[in-house]
Write a protein that binds this ligand. Structure first.
Ligand SMILES: Nc1nc2c(ncn2[C@@H]2O[C@H](COP(=O)(O)OP(=O)(O)OP(=O)(O)O)[C@@H](O)[C@H]2O)c(=O)[nH]1
Ligand SMILES: [Mg+2]
Length: 283
């Protein structure tokens, strides 16, 4: 099957405008974010191809907010098979309590057949609606059934997903096959039906754009790459954020913190807008 993006379209080094070295308002926003309703939590679901950096993004967010490099979500350095198998909610400690947003990790997209793809999309739909309980192991051969012990029959607003984040490796975005692009579109269609907003993050910009020379704030977004992805899956270009995760570092780096917090701020703002809209429509 042909690739949707031209393989010769190498990522342009054009880094349009350098990011400000550090934007303390992003981190301030994230640390002080509070949903409008008491007890409400904002649920962020990460999905995307295998090995894109979903679990690493969760660790990166945790690291910035804990002020030390954290490795709670397990990451694999060798296998290219789906490493994360279980549906897991990550809460981030804030002193003696937790931040009012949670991140959900799930199995990555990897298809051997059209049937597997449909099963995966159905499982994501159940997750979006809050029907999947933590600990559920995704099975590419079977979707979650209503009789399963991990099926939540009566999800509360806190169990439902408020923003869907598509995580894509910036190195391989040009090489994504049609099946993967279609699966991302299918998941996106399900989220749109449920009025759940979507954003995307492009990970591994350190590898995709070596010219940034370890200064990830110098990044710059390869507009052409983002535009192609935006057109392919329909996520607006201003909802696509480049990121470099903590993946090999043992110490924090303010530049990496800055890109992680910038992406997270936009993710939270997007989810919060939809949460507020929902609450308004219920009153
Ligand atoms: N250079 C670089 N490597 C990264 C980055 N983010 C993740 N990685 C590496 O990419 C590999 C896959 O990362 P994971 O976080 O396990 O990816 P995943 O999407 O959770 O993968 P699955 O659970 O298999 O779907 C690991 O070797 C990470 O160390 C990044 O921003 N830059
Ligand atoms: Mg993972």
């Amino acid at each position: 099957m042909g690739s949707l993006f031209s393989k010769t379209a190498t990522p342009s080094p054009l880094l349009e405008k350098p990011w400000s070295r550090e934007n303390p308002t992003d981190q301030h926003f994230v640390k002080n974010y509070k949903p409008q309703a008491e007890e409400q939590q904002l649920r962020i679901l990460l999905h995307g191809p295998v090995g894109a950096g979903k679990s690493s993004f969760i660790n990166s967010v945790n690291s910035v907010l804990q002020n030390r490099v954290c490795r709670e979500a397990l990451v694999d350095n060798t296998s290219r098979d789906c490493f994360t198998k279980k549906y897991t909610t990550y809460r981030i400690q804030n002193g003696k309590t937790f931040y009012p947003f949670v991140l959900n990790d799930m199995m990555g997209l990897k298809y051997t057949s059209r049937r597997n793809r449909r099963i995966h999309v159905k499982d994501v739909k159940q997750a979006l609606k809050g029907h999947i309980k933590d600990g559920y192991s995704f099975n590419p051969e079977n979707k979650l059934s209503k009789g399963d012990r991990y099926y939540n029959r009566a999800p509360t607003e806190n169990n439902k997903v408020h923003v869907l984040v598509c995580v894509v490796d910036a190195n391989t975005v040009s090489l994504m096959n049609d099946a993967t692009v279609e699966a991302i579109q299918d998941v996106r269609d399900e989220a749109t039906d449920l009025e759940i907003p979507q954003v995307a993050i492009f990970t591994k910009i350190d590898e995709a754009f070596p010219e940034i020379n370890h200064d990830v704030t110098n990044v710059c977004k390869s507009k052409s790459l983002q535009e192609k992805f935006s057109i392919a899956v329909g996520i607006p270009i201003n909802c696509i954020f480049p990121v470099k995760n903590y993946h090999s570092e043992t110490e924090l780096n303010p530049d990496i913190d800055a890109v992680i917090m910038n992406a997270l701020r936009h993710i939270i703002e997007t989810g919060n807008d939809s949460l507020n809209k929902k609450l308004r429509s219920q009153t």
